[in-house]
Design a protein around this ligand. Structure first.
Ligand code: ADP
Ligand code: MG
Length: 682
């Protein structure tokens, strides 16, 4: 029997069974062998009945004496006295009258179930049981439990898997090089495959699982490294001698949090190592990533290099430019801004400033990676809100110079496990605390019947001198119908609902300078209520805004809601976020509930991952991950780290896996990802 044979070659698999298995995606013998159990039941420890643990699941051998069937109200209850000669217990089955007959067919059975004590009697309710046999697949051992189609029993699939394992005896060929197996103390593949289905012992299971998780994650990591073609550790030509941060710290005007200081420590350690920095900073909205980036940029610039910061939108780039130049210019650092809105003579001037080094801190959008932009000597490139940029863009910015250091900032916290995978070639730093004095944004979920009260709430906040956002989601920023309804709604707010307030609308179809103008007026406090589609999703900083109302909140994913909410609660005043939704489905409600319960971006992204599954964590964005067969991205973080280390070492010593000892591994990766490749595109 060969691994690639159809499952029809397996003993006892006929056409009907094959069809059922096909539905689970099992077509070849290999698929079946790698159809790992969903969970296990430990039936290995057979206890004597005088030694049974009440309140726990026990397995025991017993005879069923005097099975009887009773009718109580509308229920049929089967009862039997189960005894092994050392003790006895009462077995009870509800609404399964046929049990009575089954129980009389054999002398002895193995029973498994939870033991209860009721009215002073020891009982077992609805236990599983099987006749006692030598060498059983289903009792007296740790038994696998599979996801099966409705018409197939666990016993059947266990049998199929066992037959397949016996059929391929020895074919579960080792494909990891010896060196890796030794280095990571892994068991052989054959042992792993046998024990993952039918564990000899707890230990056997753990060994098997560790090995299979490791190989799955190793292959994924190697594949991603190959896609990215980039590993950290290249020598850097950038020389940093002066690490004096006093001037920039004084200029910032606040004390850095311990979390920020730690990350700066990690950044400086990178600089001192003499290799090219490739680092991702994850930090919740408002955690102060920009301040950290500024400290690093300051040091780079003070040592004679340029620093470049790329933001995803014009509005954000301008905001960064304003806040950064305010601090840098008094320190004698020249800042330059380049966005798509800057054209003609002005653009020429900026380009020559950049090329000749008069621009030291360079801030902009995608415009920064155009061919026409030449830099004098960039020592650092920073991309803000990385999830908006593809790896390619990040790289093309880095390629503009002579291997500058690369710093990536993201406010979409990604569970660490996923970050390790997605940014497999980046080191990760986390800012895990907010600056002091921030208050939790109180969040409520309401339905549309609350409108009157919401409008009163807006008026109350504005009367206190605060400002509000009203977010109207649009499925596509250029959907004309939806845009019209947002504009109509704005008119209504302006004219009849808040006639005394200043209400404006900002949306994706506006020209950049119009958007800019509105944002500036909002920042200055000239606009009380800003109606917005999602263009403000990232980065906007208006600390006086304390109320956000999100219409049709069910249309957003959790991460997007969290990003939006991050626009309030940025000052010292108490802030509020109201999620308006009439949605009734479970996932939507769960999302809204999560938002009301926590402000912690990492908790939210874990939940997001749980609700969506890793496959579509990034939705329609450019990132996608293949489904994992056995690895659990939440729990297997330690193995993931080991796999990543091994992958990087392998990649460094044998980039294309051409060495003899790596050949089988390479074939295996190709096979695996040929099928899945359509799902991954980084
Ligand atoms: P992020 O980019 O992580 O969302 P920012 O860097 O924009 O956060 O910082 C948010 C706000 O917090 C800014 O107004 C910034 O000046 C302020 N801030 C940053 N660090 C501190 C700190 N340590 N203490 C007080 N305020 C801070
Ligand atoms: Mg930011």
């Amino acid at each position: 029997m060969e691994l690639q044979d159809s499952i029809r070659v397996v003993k006892n698999i006929g056409e009907a069974r094959a069809k059922q298995l096909n539905k689970l995606g099992i077509e070849t013998v290999e698929d079946l062998v790698e159809y790992f159990p969903r969970t296990y039941e430990d039936r290995s420890n057979i206890v004597a009945l005088d030694n049974i643990a009440v309140g726990e699941v026990n397995s025991f051998k017993a005879r069923a004496e005097r099975p009887e069937s009773l009718r109580v109200r509308n229920m049929t209850i089967v009862k039997a006295r189960l005894t092994d000669g050392r003790g006895f217990i009462e077995g009870v089955w509800y609404n399964q009258p046929y049990i009575k007959n089954i129980l009389t067919q054999h002398r002895e059975y193995v029973f498994t179930g939870k033991i209860n004590e009721k009215y002073g009697r020891i009982q077992i309710e609805n236990p599983d049981f099987e006749p006692l046999k030598e060498d059983s697949l289903n009792t007296g051992r740790i038994v696998p439990v599979y996801t099966v189609p409705a018409k197939m029993s666990q016993k059947t699939i266990r049998g199929c898997v066992k037959d397949a394992l016996e059929g391929i005896d020895g074919e579960a060929e080792e494909f990891l090089p010896d060196g890796i197996i030794k280095e990571r103390s892994l068991c052989s593949r054959r042992y792993a495959v046998n024990n993952i289905h039918f564990p000899e012992s707890d230990e056997g299971f753990f060994k098997a699982r560790r090995r299979l998780v490791f190989e799955e994650l190793l292959m994924l990591q190697l594949h991603l490294l190959q896609l990215k073609g980039n590993v950290t550790g290249r020598k850097s030509s950038i020389r940093i001698r002066d690490y004096d941060v006093r001037p920039i710290l004084d200029a910032l005007g606040f004390k850095l949090t311990a979390a920020q200081e730690n990350v700066i420590g990690e950044l400086f350690a990178d600089l001192r190592k003499g290799t090219v920095m490739n680092r991702l900073i994850q930090g919740d909205v408002g955690s102060g990533k920009t301040a950290v980036a500024m400290v690093l940029a300051y040091i780079i610039i003070k040592n004679g290099y340029q620093a470049v910061l790329m933001a995803p939108t014009d509005v954000l780039a301008v905001q960064h430019y304003k806040s950064i130049s305010q601090i840098f210019e008094p320190l004698g650092i020249k800042c330059a801004l380049l966005t798509s809105g800057i054209r003609g003579r002005e653009k020429k001037g900026v380009l020559s400033d950049i090329a000749e080094g008069r621009g030291q801190m360079i801030i902009g959008t995608h415009a920064l990676i155009q061919d026409s932009v030449e830099y004098r000597n960039p020592g650092l490139v920073i991309t803000d809100e990385q999830h908006r940029f593809g790896v390619r863009q990040r790289e093309s910015l880095a390629k503009k110079g002579n291997d500058p250091h690369v710093l990536v900032m993201t406010a979409t916290p990604i569970p660490r496990t996923l970050a390790l995978i997605l940014y497999g070639d980046l080191d990760i730093s986390i800012i895990d605390a907010l600056p002091p004095g921030r208050q939790k944004t109180d969040t409520f979920a309401v339905d549309h019947s609350y409108y009157k009260r919401l409008y009163a709430f807006v008026e109350k906040e504005v009367a206190k001198g605060r400002q509000a956002y009203i977010i109207c989601p649009m499925i596509e920023e250029n959907d004309k119908m939806e845009l019209r309804s947002v504009l109509t709604y704005t008119q209504e707010l302006k004219n009849s609902i808040f006639p005394k307030l200043s209400v404006e609308c900002i949306h994706g179809k506006m020209k950049d300078d119009e958007k800019q103008d509105i944002m500036e007026r909002f920042a200055k406090g000239e606009i009380d209520v800003l109606v917005s589609t999602t263009v403000i999703e990232v980065g906007i900083n208006v600390p006086n805004a304390t109320l956000m109302i999100i219409e049709n909140a069910e249309r957003f994913g959790l991460s997007a809601l969290h990003q939006l909410r991050g626009r309030v609660g940025r000052g010292s005043e108490k802030s509020y976020c109201v999620l308006v939704s009439d949605a009734k489905n479970k996932t939507s409600l769960e999302r809204l509930k999560t938002m009301c319960r926590t402000n912690d971006g990492f908790v939210i992204s874990e939940k997001d991952l749980e609700l969506r599954g890793p496959g579509d964590f990034f939705g329609t964005r450019q990132h996608g991950l293949p489904e994992m067969k056995i690895a659990n991205l939440y729990k297997d973080i330690d193995i993931l780290k080991e796999a990543q280390e091994t992958a990087i070492n392998l990649y460094k010593t044998d980039e294309n896996l051409q060495k003899k000892e790596n050949k089988l591994l390479k074939t295996r990766i190709l096979q695996l990802f040929e099928r899945k490749i359509k799902k991954i595109c980084l």
